[in-house]
Design a protein around this ligand. Sequence first.
Ligand SMILES: Cc1cc2nc3c(=O)[nH]c(=O)nc-3n(C[C@H](O)[C@H](O)[C@H](O)COP(=O)(O)OP(=O)(O)OC[C@H]3O[C@@H](n4cnc5c(N)ncnc54)[C@H](O)[C@@H]3O)c2cc1C
Length: 311
Amino acid sequence: MGAGPIGLFSANFAHLHGLKTIIFDSLKEVGGQPKLLYPFKKIFDIPVFNAITGKELIEHLAEETQEKATFMLNHRVSEIAKDDDYFIIDNEFAVKSIIIASGTGSFTPKKFPLKVDSESEKHIHYYIREPEKFADKVVGVFGGGDSALDWALELAQQPNTKVKLVHRRNEFRGLESSIQQLKSLKNVEILTPYLPKTSSLVDNQLTIGLKEMGQADIVEQTFDEIVVAYGFRANNNFVKQWGVATSGGQIKVSQEMKTNMPGIYAVGDAAAYDGRVPVIGLGFGEAQIAITSIMRSLFPEKTLTIHSTSI
Ligand SMILES: Cc1cc2nc3c(=O)[nH]c(=O)nc-3n(C[C@H](O)[C@H](O)[C@H](O)COP(=O)(O)OP(=O)(O)OC[C@H]3O[C@@H](n4cnc5c(N)ncnc54)[C@H](O)[C@@H]3O)c2cc1C
């Protein structure tokens, strides 16, 4: 459950051991956090690659996994029932084991705080898949964390794009080096401390009324498009309805990545144990532990081949 990097690798490793896998994701595309939250950022701690962007990493994983699993995208797993040796997922899929690789949970972006009509909504973005579509435009990026700074930097590289970064505080939460970089760019304007208060669409452009914090006046800014990077809400508490125990919004697991429910495992950012750090390399290892554990419990009579070189 979950087609982020760890879910994808789990399916891949399961296939290597001869298991059939169905991989679900509530979103209509695979990739989890690296694809959605930081596609253009370089990751430096994936073994083998010196540096690889989030998007490239997911492309590799997706390509490797494509033929090895059945993909059920746009499918949020919501129901799990037990029927003899099987779990029945959403009344439809009978499986012997479940690996929860739901990351921090199915995430929903925090919405732009103004009520806008459907035409205006078309100019408000929560993810950016094709930054080149923002070329020649005036783009407002709203937010003060790393995502907002990353999007502003990425969009500022598009030809003839003017970026206005709007944040409600003078201080940003993101990396100082990104802030300095943004400040050095001629096509980036930083507007702080402002809160969006009004919105109207005129001639296909959004005019947003910005209120300076602590002041009564509203200044108007016009944008072709705006990108909202206020963060995401997510948690894994939905697994509680299946009897799976959680701790602080994540799933408690044993050293074999087993949850308290026999046959249900958790890996990647969804899993919680003392000392865990939310990094991809570690999640890959957890996927290997979980699949090995599944093999041992499904085929106790078999001597398990551990190394892929021997499978
Ligand atoms: C800005 C940023 C930078 C980072 N940089 C690094 C880095 O440099 N190095 C590093 O190792 N890590 C980095 N990380 C962390 C890394 O991205 C995570 O550790 C990793 O994505 C966890 O992978 P995952 O597969 O467990 O979960 P996720 O990537 O969160 O994927 C989970 C997937 O499960 C799906 N899902 C959730 N609930 C359901 C459900 N009920 N049904 C179906 N599908 C569901 C979600 O839609 C999602 O696609 C970074 C994270 C961020 C936000």
